[in-house]
Write a protein that binds this ligand. Structure first.
Ligand code: GUN
Ligand code: ZN
Length: 430
């Protein structure tokens, strides 16, 4: 007989997108709820008494008033930047040259890549993040290390070899041909193996020649079930540089579109300083945009227009952008998204923040039929959150009048101390 596990607590799931319509209609909150799971899948959910009665043989874990919801999905990270997170004093291009590229050079060493991949994934899990989409480095072994470590933890992940053939140090450059060949070999090895998916990964237009972008576009056309991840319009200096490097492009997005690198399965990180044409084109193609708020404030990139994009039906996910971002925590990331929303004059509702960090990110990865919510037959990746994890949060929680005033202080002030338990593929991992 298959072992059934039931988690009891306050449960939160989404029945629709709270950015499009009344957020109250989009959420299903139960103060005495439960989730049943077996064989890595969600079997059932609902009122605790009813779910528990259905599975009399189940192993029941009672989490009291802790909040049970889908594990967080981080739609844009650079696991190789784990050891340089929170490096002081530079903006994007200097930060890449001064901190990122020297660190990424170290990933030609298998042992180092394995050490950091394991360290990163353990940190992500400790913060309640059960799935990530990661950049690796140009070294194929950095990709093997990441997928091997994720497989050992049974995590659903997306990753790809970062491709660069110009404007990076010699030791960090491939060529158009070797980027194509290595990406293809890795894709054949890892794409859809267990819970892994491969993403074709040109870093961004400034570090790829037109030949390399064309090679990546050709590879994507040959493997359309893969995601393609890259960066778009993060800082104004970067956009000026792109204009110089690609004088014939209509705009930054066009440097991808010209080479077959724009589509619904494309994931465009940052997308802060967009032209109206770019906004329309991303919408027309239903392409993924990934908001990385702690990175945008930390590197000083600018204010992403979340309501203007998610609120008008763009496919938007949320991400830490480790290590340009300053935290591994999706709670901290939601707080930064809220603050940037305030600077735009819009108060993002907690339901919208939590939706972005779960369903929204899963949608951006085209994985919302597998992860990111509590629903029958979805994969059982869950997080249990203590809503009174510190003295500051506890005193605020004690005075809460409804579920949102109980949850919002944890979004704004919470971190890994709020993560009581994490379940991946139906097993407790922390
Ligand atoms: N643009 C190109 N590469 C990177 C990176 O590693 N981090 C960030 N934040 N932006 C980038
Ligand atoms: Zn990035």
């Amino acid at each position: 007989m298959t072992q059934v596990t039931v988690l009891k607590g306050q449960t939160l799931r989404f029945s629709s997108n709270p950015f499009l319509g009344n957020w109250g209609d989009a959420i299903d909150f139960k103060s005495r709820g439960a989730v049943a799971m077996a064989d890595g899948k969600i079997l059932d959910h609902g009122e605790a008494d009813i779910v528990v009665a259905k599975f009399p043989q189940a192993d029941v874990r009672d989490y009291g008033s802790d909040l049970i919801m889908a594990g967080f999905v981080d739609a844009h990270v650079h696991y190789p930047q784990t050891a340089i997170i929170a490096s002081w004093g530079k903006r994007l291009i200097d930060w890449l040259n001064g901190y990122t590229f020297p660190e990424e050079m170290k990933f030609n060493n298998d042992d180092y890549a394995t050490d950091i991949a394991g360290r990163y994934l353990d940190l992500a899990l400790a913060h309640g993040t059960t799935s990530v989409a990661s950049y690796c480095t140009i070294h194929p072994q950095s990709v093997d290390a990441f997928f091997t470590q994720a497989e050992a933890r049974q995590m659903r992940v997306v990753a790809g070899k970062t491709c660069m053939d110009r404007n990076a140090p010699d030791g960090l450059c491939d060529t158009a041909q070797s980027a194509y060949d290595d990406s293809k070999t890795l894709l054949d090895r890892w794409h859809k193996r267990g819970r892994a998916e491969y993403a074709i990964t040109p870093r961004f237009s400034p570090t790829s020649t037109p030949d390399q972008l064309a090679a990546m576009g050709a590879l994507w056309a040959e493997h359309p079930s893969c995601l393609m991840q890259t960066h778009l319009s993060e800082q104004t200096d970067e956009i000026t540089w792109v204009r110089e490097l690609f004088p014939n492009a209509r705009d930054y997005l066009d440097t991808y579109e010209q080479f077959g690198l724009l589509g619904a399965k494309g994931l465009y990180g940052h997308a802060i300083h967009l032209e109206p044409r770019e906004i329309d084109r991303l919408k027309e193609l239903n392409a993924g945009i990934v908001h990385c708020p702690t990175s945008n404030t930390f590197i000083g990139s600018g204010l992403f227009d979340l309501m203007g994009l998610a609120g008008t039906g763009h496919r938007v996910g949320l991400a830490t952008d480790t290590g340009g971002g300053s935290s591994f925590s999706m709670l901290r990331t939601m707080a930064a998204a809220y603050e940037i929303g305030q600077l735009h004059g819009t108060a993002i509702h907690p339901s919208q923040l939590l939706w972005l960090a779960t369903v929204g990110s899963a949608r951006s990865l085209h994985m919302d039929d597998k992860i990111g919510n509590i629903d029958k037959d979805l994969e059982a990746d869950l997080v249990v959150i203590d809503l009174a994890s510190t003295r500051a949060i506890e005193q605020r929680y004690a005075a809460a009048k409804d579920e949102w005033s109980a949850i919002f202080p944890t979004i704004m002030m919470g971190d890994d101390r709020a993560i009581r338990s994490v379940w991946v593929n139906g097993s407790e991992v922390s």
